[in-house]
Design a protein around this ligand. Structure first.
Ligand SMILES: [Fe+2]
Length: 264
């Protein structure tokens, strides 16, 4: 695999654990995925990996897709937190039932190394959520460096939907989406659901390809109003983490509990 433009060889040791012989890298297996990070000063606060959720151990993976795209890393991560992104980019009928705009309200709270949003409205916009049941609860966590964790809890099933952005090389990223479900037979839909996930990521990639990454590096970003607050928090969290990793202070989360409203 390649990270930050550097080739990294992973192998299984005698016990079957996936390891790297390069001491500069830390390798961990979690949720059936391999997570790699550069070794850094311990004790400064390193974002933790996603644990098996309480009550969700051993959920089978029901979809997995990835797409490599030439794009600016930060611009790609903003797609994970920007609320304007969803209605403008993901326009499939099963995700967006109506093109009509409506007001949406979400409560944000700080969570370790990021923030979590819960819809304060009575509705969820995606027809796909109807499968989960009426009494569903959906939370969306963003966790540094670049992970979006959507948890859907309904009467009929629970879902764990993870999207990540991996920096492969300067100006080149890998977008990945993995979904786990409490309903084991859903794993038989793995090929079809993975294709849907791939279509979703392709919509992200199509927008990213239209952005001028070079220009975005040299022009100041403009954040306007409540819809852009999560994007501003991303950069503030990232700076806070850089300070923590570069120094001896712990990560101080700049996010404050806030209710945000926008038309979507
Ligand atoms: Fe997206």
């Amino acid at each position: 695999m390649t990270l930050f433009g550097q080739d990294l060889l992973l192998r299984r040791d005698r016990s079957g654990t996936i390891v790297s012989d390069d001491a500069d890298w830390v390798v961990e297996s979690r949720l059936g995925l391999v997570w790699v990070r550069r070794l850094c000063h311990e004790g400064t606060g390193i974002p933790s990996l996603i644990e098996d959720e309480a009550g969700t151990p051993g959920f089978p993976m029901i979809a997995c897709s990835e797409i490599e795209v030439e794009a600016d890393y930060d611009q790609t991560v903003l797609g994970l937190v920007d609320p304007a992104h969803v209605p403008m980019v993901h326009t499939a009928w099963w995700w967006r039932s109506s093109p009509r705009r409506r007001v949406k309200t979400k409560d944000y709270v700080p969570t370790p190394f990021g923030f979590t949003a819960t819809a304060a409205d009575a509705f969820a916009s995606a027809p796909a959520y109807e499968l989960v049941g009426q009494d569903r609860k959906v939370t969306i966590e963003f966790r540094l460096p670049s992970t979006r964790i959507e948890r859907v809890q309904g009467g009929r099933l629970q879902l764990l939907n993870i999207t990540t952005v991996t920096p492969i090389a300067p100006g080149r990223v890998m977008l990945r989406n993995v979904i786990y479900s409490s309903v084991r037979p859903l794993r038989w839909l793995y090929p079809a659901l993975s294709l849907l996930g791939r279509a979703f990521l392709e919509q992200d990639a199509a927008i990213l390809r239209r952005l001028d990454s070079h220009a975005s590096l040299h022009q100041p970003l403009l954040f306007v109003g409540e819809p852009d607050q999560p994007s501003a928090w991303y950069f503030q969290c990232k700076m806070a983490l850089a300070r923590a990793v570069g120094g001896t202070d712990a990560f101080v989360n700049p996010v404050r509990a806030t209710r945000l409203k926008w038309r979507t």
